[in-house]
Design a protein. Structure first.
Lengths: 82, 627
């Protein structure tokens, strides 16, 4: 599946909104874990599960550990999908 | 099965409906509708958060018509992720679940300390969410020859926790069997050699499954669940290493649903009746079009064998105590021909308590079936291959369970079984007899039409009643009745097996289990009474419930006569009866009045009635007492 980074970002936004019930969620390519109060270790697992299901990919343990910004996630997904 | 395929996929507007839930005209009904979709863990979380944000008034509205259950959780892993899914799954199964979770890894501490959070929280049960990592099995030490039997040691450790919670917290434990992780050391040797994990886990599960029958605790067979899923899927190393999540996140909705069904079974809310379509559900093809020779059912034909498996499933459920009914759009004679003449059929007409085949709409037929059987529609499951029929039933009768079915009939059975509608925590003689009892009842109803008057009818039944205090043989059926009786139930108090055992052993309680026979057959245990000796002056009737099958037969008159006689012989001067109104028990609002009691106080919550035993006039209904 060939997807450009903009499309990935759009799809990711929906997943973030779904995972973090906060409707005032600020989301952009610059968003990091520190910017989202709800993004703790447990919601990280929920986020991971939702991203893997939605994009049909699987992340390595190390990739999961390093997934602390939206930019990192987009780059990872772009690699896996192309 | 992680996506709960028997449930409808959630609507696109799920998020919006959650946002509007608390302002909905009927938030309780809407919440149940939302919970009935196959929700992902994020969706469950959203619904859960919405419910948690409601104030006390909305909370009451949301949990009306639900049965409360207070569940504690101890575990050796992170359980927090599961709680939203558990609450939503409980809602889906008619339970208002409150979860009190202990801190991580505190199972022993919570159990052994009488002042612990869980022991002080007045819980109905505690879930011991312990997996293989919670026990001290040797981790793959081949030829382990330590002086202790480590499996027995592990089991003893579990026993201590169970006994402590029972003693200190007065609650039952929900105990998990162990899933075995997919790390076999050698291969086939792993199940055979002491010191290898698979052998230990198999032995542990075996001991637990045998032992738990002798207790009030309840088994949660996680090993079986992981088996069905496949342990390569069930265990997710990344999530365990990251955050001590015990099973892959994607299986949490399934785990939660099975736990909720177990809680519902403890509360007597499992489904009781299976309503089956015929064409393309119990056989391949449409009998009206294809004729007897054209339908596919029986051994030797692939499609026929798929449907035979469904018939076998239904027949086995009947033996388990589930009532079977047919609801088909067909000419009745044409439909019956298959049962009477087709050699490939397994089910017979006599397997069904009700057989509805006509051209009316199915919703009306289903309602009629519920009426004849005198059961709630929330106790029924409707199985039909036709998505349009399923949709109409879902809209017209939201309380009934309607599983989605895949297109391929060879896959029906695995989905229907995965849906686990007929979960049970025990199996009693009454269960085995249930279909016979419903058939007997149908015959009694027929007799009622012929008898000239009610008294003559009652006499003609030749009823025999038997009274006994609570005992071991009756205990499980007593617990069943206490938890599932809604209509003829004066106070609707729900008790677990541990509570019932307490009443049995206490000399401050007078207990009665009542059995009824008549000339058509044995009705089994049909009523339960619990009286508390308040102060040697009067007895409080804490619980008085009766099966709907024997309403309007003056059985309550016979029970009251017996109760007063026992009270008098114990020198008790007064009996106090209580009526606590619910949605379902309006039937018994005037129960005590009809027995001759006087109303001494009344408010929204409770009516209190009293009678002096010396003033009581025995009713002497036409029921012989069997000693």
């Amino acid at each position: 599946m060939h997807q450009d980074k903009a499309a990935i970002l759009d799809q990711l936004k929906l997943i973030f909104q779904d995972t973090f019930v906060d409707s005032n969620l600020t989301f952009s390519i610059d968003t990091s874990r520190d910017d989202v109060a709800e993004w703790d270790s447990l919601s990280h697992i929920r986020l991971l599960t939702a991203i893997e299901a939605s994009f049909d990919v699987q992340f390595d343990l190390e990739e999961i550990v390093n997934m602390t910004t939206v930019a990192t996630i987009v780059d990872l997904l772009y690699e896996k999908l192309n | 099965m992680h996506d709960l395929p028997w449930l409808l996929k959630s609507a696109d507007d799920f998020n919006e409906r959650c946002a509007r839930l608390l302002n909905h005209a009927s938030p309780g009904a809407e919440a149940r509708l939302l919970a009935n979709y196959a929700l992902s863990i994020n969706q469950s979380n959203r619904l859960y958060q919405t419910i948690q944000q409601s104030g006390p008034e909305k909370r009451a509205a949301l949990s009306r018509n639900l049965i409360p259950f207070r569940l504690g959780i101890v575990g050796n892993a992170t359980m927090d992720l599961m709680i939203p899914s558990m609450v939503v799954a409980a809602l889906r199964n008619g339970i208002d679940l409150e979860v009190i979770a202990a801190d991580f890894g505190q199972a022993a501490q919570e159990a052994f300390d009488p002042a612990s959070k869980l022991n002080q929280s007045n819980l109905d049960a505690v879930l011991l969410a312990l997996d293989y990592r919670a026990y001290s099995f040797p981790v793959n030490e081949p030829g382990y020859s330590g002086k202790n039997n480590t499996v027995l040691d592990a089991f003893k450790y579990l026993q201590q926790i169970r006994e402590s919670f029972a003693l200190n917290g007065k609650m039952i434990c929900i105990v998990q069997t162990l899933a075995c992780p997919p790390y076999d050391l050698s291969g086939n040797l792993d199940a055979q050699l002491d010191g290898l994990l698979r052998k230990s886990v198999n032995a542990f599960n075996s001991i637990l499954t045998e032992n738990i029958k002798k207790s009030a605790d309840v088994l949660f067979d996680v090993a079986a669940l992981a088996n069905v899923v496949g342990t390569h899927q069930w265990f997710d190393e990344r999530q365990w290493y990251m955050s001590r999540v015990p099973m892959a996140n994607r299986y949490i909705p399934l785990y939660a649903d099975y736990l909720a069904k177990l809680l519902a079974a403890i509360r007597g809310k499992s489904k009781k009746c299976l309503v089956l379509d015929l064409d393309n559900t119990l056989w391949g093809g449409v009998i009206g079009d294809d004729g007897l020779e054209g339908i596919q059912i029986g051994q030797g034909h692939p499609v026929g064998e798929s449907f035979l498996a469904i018939q076998q499933w239904a027949k086995s459920l009947k033996a388990l105590g589930v009532i079977l009914a047919v609801c088909s759009k067909n000419d009745k004679a044409v439909a019956l021909e298959a049962f009477q003449k087709h050699p490939g059929m397994l089910l017979k007409e006599s397997d069904f308590a009700v057989f509805m085949a006509n051209w009316e709409d199915k919703a009306s037929n289903v309602r009629k079936i519920a009426e004849i059987l005198n059961i709630g529609m929330d106790a029924m499951v409707f199985v039909d291959d036709n998505p349009a029929e399923r949709e109409i039933i879902r809209i017209m009768i939201p309380e009934i369970s309607v599983p989605e079915l895949p297109k391929d009939p060879s896959q029906f059975l695995r989905v229907l079984c995965a849906a686990r509608y007929f979960e049970k925590i025990d199996f009693t003689a009454d269960d085995a007899q249930r279909n016979a009892q419903y058939a007997d009842n149908a015959r009694r109803q027929a007799m009622l039409q012929k008898a000239p008057g009610l008294t003559d009818y009652l006499i003609s039944l030749e009823m025999k009643i038997h009274f006994a205090p609570f005992n071991e043989t009756g205990r499980k059926r007593i617990v069943q009745l206490i938890n599932k009786t809604n209509q003829f139930n004066l106070t609707t108090r729900r008790y677990t097996e541990a509570d019932v055992l307490g009443f049995e052993k206490s000399d401050r309680y007078l207990t009665l289990q009542v059995h009824l026979q008549d000339k058509f057959g044995d009705n089994g245990m049909i009523s339960v009474v619990i009286c508390k000796n308040a102060n040697d002056d009067y007895w409080e009737i804490d619980t008085w419930l009766m099966s709907c099958r024997v309403i309007k037969r003056r059985v309550e008159d016979a029970i009251c006569d017996e109760l007063v006689a026992i009270a008098r012989s114990n020198g008790i001067e007064k009996l106090r009866g209580y009526y606590r109104p619910t949605e379902k028990n309006k039937l018994v609002k005037n129960h005590y009045q009809q027995l001759g009691f006087e109303l001494i106080s009344s408010n929204d919550l409770e009516d209190i009635w009293e009678i002096k035993t010396e003033h009581y006039q025995p009713k002497h209904p036409p029921i012989a007492i069997q000693t």
